[in-house]
Design a protein around this ligand. Structure first.
Ligand SMILES: [Zn+2]
Length: 230
């Protein structure tokens, strides 16, 4: 298939293929589970991982271009089985430029219990602005997962949702930000698990969480780099 695709698609194929290596590097995925997508700016298109392809074999050229109904526009393979969920998020949340899904172990253990991750760490306050919420149980295939993600994250500070009995979905202004959120979600989920296992967490004041979140989102990092910091 050869269509009039914007040049941006070539760059995004490279970006999305490369970001899948980060899921492996941070040990967030097993076998072929997990996926990253990116919205094509200004177009009703997204770039997403093909279904069932080994992480070792992911290349820019085998990333799939879909429209925002999940219909393949360019690519030789079937898109990720989670394509409908990604597409629903892009349709409903215009500010979102990247979506990531993993079954990373510690975060998914919280999802399996249907328990939000309470905020007892400065790093969680920085990135998530409070607890990491739980979304509804939803079967794969239709719009139910996407609806659950959007219903939970709309108006919420957290860029991550623990979909009950399933795993983690994260959003970001671009795909890299969504990958960062997936990495940080697993990191705080692990520490929260250890904290719970060892004793009783010490609560943080809401005002301190708010202050940390505001500073991290607006001041932290190198000048000029903040737009890509999360
Ligand atoms: Zn899944």
């Amino acid at each position: 298939m050869s269509l009039d695709l914007p040049a941006e698609v070539t760059r995004l194929r490279e970006t999305v293929a490369g970001l899948h290596a980060e899921l492996v590097r941070y040990q967030l995925v097993a076998w072929t589970a997990g996926n990253v997508s990116a919205r094509v700016p200004g177009r009703d298109l997204m770039v997403i991982k093909p279904s069932g392809v080994s992480y070792d074999d992911l290349r820019p050229e085998n990333m799939i271009v879909c429209d925002l109904d999940g219909v393949v526009v360019d690519g030789d393979l079937s898109p990720s089985s989670d394509t409908a969920a990604h597409a629903y998020v892009y349709r409903a949340m215009p500010e979102v430029g990247g979506v990531v899904h993993t079954h990373s172990g510690y975060a998914t253990a919280w999802a399996a219990r249907g328990e939000p991750i309470p905020c007892h760490l400065t790093a969680q306050a920085d990135e998530f602005g409070g607890e990491i919420p739980v979304g509804p149980f939803a079967l794969i295939g239709g719009d139910d997962i996407g609806k659950g993600i959007v219903a939970t994250l709309s108006g919420h500070r957290s860029p991550a949702v623990l979909m009950r009995n399933h795993g983690v979905f994260t959003i970001g202004r671009d795909a890299r930000a969504a990958v960062k959120a997936a990495v940080m979600c697993e990191d705080v989920a692990r520490t929260a698990h250890l904290t719970r296992a060892l004793g009783t967490p010490v609560p943080m004041a809401r005002a301190d969480i708010d202050s940390l979140y505001d500073r991290y989102q607006n001041v932290y990092g190198q000048p000029g780099a903040r737009s890509t910091a999360r």
